[in-house]
Ligand binder design. Structure first.
Ligand code: FES
Length: 90
């Protein structure tokens, strides 16, 4: 078995907070925000799951609008906030 830590690779946990319901869950760098939300029991509408329909669009605080199905949890921050807004057209 390869010990990844010997190569400087560490599992990095990040807290992701979903608003407005204020649900916080631990996530791993590289996980999609959609996967994190589903694990936390937070509903994000979906459509194509390919990044083209924008049904899963949410606001990542400090970054702007992202598509949760294709955007991964980035490294470098210990806490991220996702704001869900409801789009009546979806
Ligand atoms: S589900 Fe279509 S862009 Fe994410």
């Amino acid at each position: 078995m390869v010990n990844l830590e010997s190569f400087g690779v560490f599992a990095v946990s990040i807290l992701v907070q979903f608003l407005p319901d204020d649900v916080t869950v631990e996530a791993q760098v590289g996980e999609s925000f959609l996967e994190v939300a589903q694990r936390a029991g937070v509903f994000i509408p979906t459509g194509c799951l390919l990044g083209t329909c924008h049904a899963c669009e949410v606001e990542l605080e400090g970054e702007g609008d992202i598509r949760a199905c294709i955007t991964s949890v980035p490294p470098g921050r210990s806490h991220l906030t996702i704001n869900l807004f409801s789009d009546p057209t979806w």
